[in-house]
Design a protein around this ligand. Structure first.
Ligand SMILES: [Zn+2]
Length: 275
């Protein structure tokens, strides 16, 4: 099992997953241009053409917003390049005073490294947990300040800036400056790319969504995750009250045991490995 703790603070260049530009995403520009063209077509009495132009980009935009793996609005890492038997374990929605210390012990026991995508509000309440995550050789990343699940997709520049900047401020007392951002439930606002680009954050999705928040038992969770693992996979787990009581921590324990049985090391990849 390879220890990659020395890579955690690496901020190397990333040709594979370049930082997002600060301008509007091309898909959004094309969609807005189509609306303007539709209005022009209507003005010239080309009503059918106008209607077609008006709605044509919408399915693409909708997909880019709601599909966690879609790349239309913001470049999103969905796996990493490696020729070793290793995965990137990512744990969302903490820190949590009940779960985080136990998960850290589990990770130590398996000599595994993980990235914790934390919620700013929770990090502000438990800066000692954020410090402990880093002290134990893991990485802390950004998962918004308030974790808005249902309305984040339509967030304007002001709200986006508040979620990102307050989340960054919440991590500062623990000495953490995150590299990665993951939007709640993978839904991406129209203007996420320029907002991330301006803050030197890059969007990270996942390869394997464990489904732990809906799992009925730790065993069922491990049975679902194990066959989906591949070298270079990004595995998504959760901690905290969003996970059913029968799966909290025990689910992570069973998944880590399954990774060990299958010979997968849990590592934190370099920035330039992300794809
Ligand atoms: Zn989340």
């Amino acid at each position: 099992m390879s220890g990659h703790g020395e890579h955690i603070r690496s901020r190397g260049s990333s040709p594979a997953l370049a930082p997002d530009k600060t301008g509007l995403p091309p898909l959004l520009v094309a969609a807005l241009a189509a609306k303007i063209a539709a209005a022009a077509a209507w003005a010239w009495s080309a009503h059918r053409l106008g209607a077609a132009l008006f709605v044509a980009p919408d399915p693409f935009l909708f997909w880019a917003v709601v599909a966690p793996r879609a790349q239309g609005l913001v470049r999103t890492a969905t796996h990493f390049a490696t020729d070793r038997r290793e995965i990137w374990l990512t744990i969302d929605d903490g820190p949590d005073p009940h779960d985080t210390p136990k998960i850290l012990d589990l990770l130590d026991r398996h000599r595994a490294k993980a990235t914790f995508f934390v919620i700013g509000e929770r990090a502000a309440r438990h800066p000692e947990l954020v410090r402990e995550i880093v002290r134990r050789g893991h990485e802390v990343a950004h998962h918004t300040h308030t974790h808005p699940r249902f309305t984040f997709w339509c967030a304007g520049p002001g709200r986006l800036a508040a979620e990102l900047d307050r989340g960054l401020a919440a991590l500062r007392p623990a000495g953490v400056r995150p590299r990665w951002f993951r939007p709640p439930v993978g839904i991406k606002p129209f203007l996420l790319a320029p907002a991330l680009g301006a803050r030197d954050l890059r969007c990270v999705g996942w390869t394997v969504r464990s489904g732990d928040c809906h799992a009925t038992s730790a065993g069922a969770l491990a049975a679902r995750v194990a066959p989906r693992l591949r070298s270079g996979a990004i595995l998504l787990l959760h901690e905290g009250p969003g996970v059913p009581p029968t799966v909290r921590v025990t689910g992570a324990a069973r998944v880590l045991a399954a990774c060990a049985e299958l010979g997968y090391a849990c590592v934190i990849p370099h920035a330039d490995q992300l794809r």
